[in-house]
Write a protein that binds this ligand. Structure first.
Ligand code: ADP
Ligand code: MG
Length: 622
């Protein structure tokens, strides 16, 4: 004969495990207890709404009251919600993991489960992480319900008895354990309420007095409103209050959708300039107005955590352990949707308000570029709205900069029509960029004089970003810093005599004290500059990448070439000079070129200064 039974879990063994492992963060107990009170009010109001019970007129200021008694060492949370009968306390509180929420929902399915927070039936016990004993005083809404007093040290036994309780609702009295006395501190409790309960849907009071009390929470946070009913000032105020940032945000995105999942929230673009500031962003995740955590990477794509924002998603499958979120399809959809909305907002702004977009650009560019590097989907959505300042101070996308027309870039069919051979021949266009407008002034000047243009890439991730673009668009772009391809960019069409150039190169090299640097003679478009330094793009970039990751860089002089400009009159006369003058001129020309690229070494600087003094003496004939 077979027999059926329930597997028994002994509470003596369970309780220590629950206490230790249930939540890694002890603070969370207050959220759980307050959320239960909120649930209890929601349930009561639902019953009233459905006509299951008449609203108690004397007790309808729905709220949660929190107080601390330092002498008794208790923290108390009281609600005027649905309350519990003795049977319910036994069933819902005493049987761990038997969530009353599921029961309630099953019973009142027709009203929908909207707004009820609890699901797992473990929240109440989290209070034992900080309490040595907990008492419950509760009275159900049911007609002629009696007050119930329950008490347990959370180890294995409890007592339950009838008691006097005047009002409907539940009062949880937590006797705080000695080593957790921080939870008897008013400041600590207020901070926890601000963190976890800021947007809970009923008023929460600390030390309720009955007159002039101010609730600690915002029961109707702005993000729940319809975007078209929100004013600019409201958005800014919500931002200041929620993120304690006194700088106004640049702009924001109000998320508001019902289908295929519910998602509400506001994402703010803060002013971001440095790498340090970047790490300050915070996207707070809520579920039915209950705070869950910051920057949960499964729901909010990592690069978006550079923004500040609140997201409320009642449909996230919350679990005691968040690691379950990772593989959830729904969660992935939510994450993708958020990314898409951000890209839409940015492209919309680019198309409809280019001026504002350009004004914000310096503040958002780092964020967008980082987003592209981290998320290819995001890149493909925003690649055409990434803009760069050019040498004339105009902001252009790369296509605009290169003069590529809409049709050319948008029609993949034409590429195919050209056939494979054409595709192979397609060479990327070289785009010159400036990483330091002041430091590279001489190069900029020469470029401008030669009728060339370049883009400015001077944020700290630009070296990464141009490499990323080359990797993503190998047939379209190749990037060269303005000092990296001088001979190709500035070479005069006239060229020069190879023999003569070779002789000049040799003579210059022989005269130079710096024996490391390579020398190349070239006729440049500008004649007023005797020489200019060229530093190979890829080795320099490699060094920068190493520096970014804190790896010692390569020798700076490596891959540096001194381009000697044969169009310049001083260089033109060089070969006729005697050896002493050759030395003087060659080194001085090098120092000048080197200074226009980067600082000289201390010895070089001294020599340069001495030479200048000699020049001045000669000039005045002393
Ligand atoms: P959950 O909230 O996930 O259901 P809890 O352990 O937090 O699990 O609570 C268990 C159950 O106890 C709740 O579902 C509810 O039925 C009951 N309960 C807890 N706190 C209250 C309260 N303040 N008022 C009424 N019922 C409560
Ligand atoms: Mg709960």
């Amino acid at each position: 004969m077979s027999k059926q039974g329930n597997i028994q879990i002994s509470s003596e063994n369970m309780m220590p495990i629950i206490k230790k492992w249930l939540y890694s963060d002890k603070d969370i107990f207050l959220r759980e207890i307050v959320a239960n009170g909120i649930d209890a009010i929601t349930k009561y109001k639902k019953l009233v709404e459905m006509g299951e019970t008449a609203e108690d007129e004397s007790n309808k200021n729905y709220c949660i009251k929190i107080s601390v008694d330092k002498t008794a060492k208790t923290l108390t949370v009281e609600d005027n919600g649905i309350g519990m009968t003795e049977d319910e306390v036994e069933k819902y509180i005493t049987q761990i993991a038997f969530s009353g929420a599921a029961d309630f929902l099953a019973q009142y399915e027709k009203a929908g489960g909207d707004g009820i927070i609890g699901h797992f039936g473990l929240g109440f016990y989290s209070a034992y992480m900080v309490s040595e004993n907990i008492e419950i005083f509760t009275k159900s809404y049911k007609a002629d319900a009696k007050g119930v007093h329950w008490e347990s040290d959370g180890e294995s036994t409890y007592t339950i008895e009838e008691c006097e309780k005047a009002e409907r609702g539940t009062k949880i009295v937590m006797h705080i354990a000695k080593e957790e006395k921080e939870f008897l501190d008013e400041g600590r409790i207020r901070a926890l309420i601000e963190k976890y309960c800021a947007f809970m849907p009923y008023d929460i009071y600390y030390n309720f007095t009955g007159k002039d009390d101010k609730a600690l929470n915002d029961t109707h946070p702005l993000y729940l409103k319809n975007p078209k009913d929100c004013t600019e000032e409201e958005y800014k105020e919500f931002y200041r209050k929620t993120f304690h940032d006194y700088h106004d945000p640049l702009f924001w995105i109000h998320l508001n959708m019902e289908y295929p999942f519910r998602l509400k929230g506001i994402l703010y673009f803060p002013k971001v300039k440095s790498k340090v500031e970047l790490e300050r962003g915070k996207v707070k995740l809520y579920c039915n107005q209950v705070y869950i955590a910051d920057n949960i990477k499964e729901v909010i794509p990592e690069f978006l955590t550079l923004l500040n924002g609140v997201i409320d998603c009642p449909d996230i499958p919350l679990n005691v352990s968040r690691s379950f979120l990772q593989n959830d399809r729904q969660v992935q959809k939510i994450s993708k949707h958020i990314t898409k909305k951000v890209a839409d907002k940015l492209t919309g702004l680019f198309k409809t308000d280019r001026e504002k977009y350009q004004q914000c650009w310096n503040d958002i560019s780092v964020f967008i570029k980082l987003g592209c590097i981290k998320d290819e989907d995001f890149y493909s959505k925003v690649k055409d709205i990434i803009i760069y300042k050019d040498l004339n101070g105009e902001y252009k996308s790369l296509n605009e900069f290169l003069g590529v027309k809409e049709e050319e870039k948008a029609d993949p069919a034409t590429d195919e029509d050209k056939g494979e051979k054409k595709e192979e021949e397609k060479q990327p266009t070289t785009i010159y960029y400036v990483s330091d407008e002041v430091g590279q002034a001489q190069y900029i000047e020469m470029f401008k004089n030669a009728g060339l243009n370049a883009i400015v890439c001077d944020t700290f991730i630009d070296t990464h970003f141009v490499s990323y673009l080359e990797y993503k668009e190998p047939t379209k772009f190749r990037f060269m810093r303005i000092d990296a391809d001088v001979d190709a960019a500035l070479k005069s069409a006239e060229g020069g005599n190879d023999e003569e150039n070779k002789a000049l190169t040799e003579a210059f090299k022989a005269a130079l004290k710096n024996t490391q640097i390579a020398v190349k003679a070239e006729r440049l478009k500008n004649e007023n500059v005797p020489a200019i330094i060229n530093v190979a793009e890829f080795s320099r970039r490699f060094g920068e990448m190493n520096a970014f990751y804190g790896i010692a860089g390569a020798d700076e002089d490596r891959d540096m070439t001194l381009i000697v400009n044969t169009a310049n009159p001083v260089v033109g006369a060089f070969m006729q000079l005697d050896d002493d003058k050759k030395k003087f001129v060659a080194n001085q020309v090098y120092y000048m070129a080197r200074l226009a690229y980067k600082k000289l070494s201390p010895e070089e600087m001294k020599e340069f200064a001495d030479n200048n003094e000699e020049l001045l003496k000669n000039y005045i004939g002393k």
